[in-house]
Design a protein. Structure first.
Length: 198
């Protein structure tokens, strides 16, 4: 299963001229440096109707855990375990070599320097910033994030080169929780087929 992360676009009001894409990104970067970890409810969907809901856990160093009904995806910051419960198989890849692997650090720190950033709208107190890559290195056509008043990214949307749009929404975000280190470790049970591509 390929996991993509993204934010849905609605009809936006134009944002206040007092805010810019750059100032919003700087506020997110400042906030993100204070976040050691967080947990949230996650909803991931594609415009073709595929929808998944579950739990999301994150810790600095590209560590994350996503729990859906039939899938569990875990990263320890180096490797990614993608476990499919239906077929009882886990595929292990290197994080840096997995084009589908998610990274909050990239959205917060890497993409702004590698993309044209635009403030494209506002919905209530949330702002929407769009990233358009300056070259083909990032592997997507455009991406966008919703930034909450407390400078957290709570929605992301990505459009690939084929025009497919993938989105994710995070709700009930709780930062700096007492998350166990085992949260970001995947241990295959007996009988699970292991495909190690590292």
């Amino acid at each position: 299963m390929k996991v993509y992360f993204a934010v849905i676009f609605l009809i936006f009001n134009f944002a206040s001229p007092a805010q810019t894409a750059e100032s919003l990104i700087r506020s997110v970067q400042k906030k993100f440096k204070t976040v050691d970890n967080f947990s949230a409810q996650i909803r991931q969907s594609k415009l073709d109707g595929a929808n998944y809901s579950g739990k999301f856990y994150y810790a600095k160093g590209n560590k994350y855990r996503i729990e859906f009904k039939n899938f569990i995806i875990v990263s320890d910051g180096k490797s990614v375990w993608n476990y499919n419960k239906k077929i009882n198989r886990v595929v292990i890849t290197n994080l840096n070599e997995n084009p589908d692997a998610f990274s909050f650090e990239k959205f917060v720190f890497d993409f702004p320097g590698k993309c044209k950033t635009e403030l494209i709208g506002k919905n209530g107190n949330n702002y929407y910033v769009k990233f358009t890559p300056l070259d083909d290195e990032l592997g997507f056509d455009w991406a966008a994030v919703e930034i909450s008043p407390d400078s957290l990214i709570n929605k992301i949307e990505i459009s690939d080169y084929s025009g497919n749009i993938f989105k994710v929404e995070l709700k009930n975000i709780k930062i700096n929780r007492n998350l166990s280190g085992n949260t970001f470790v995947f241990k295959a049970k007996n009988g699970v087929k292991i495909v190690d591509l590292r």
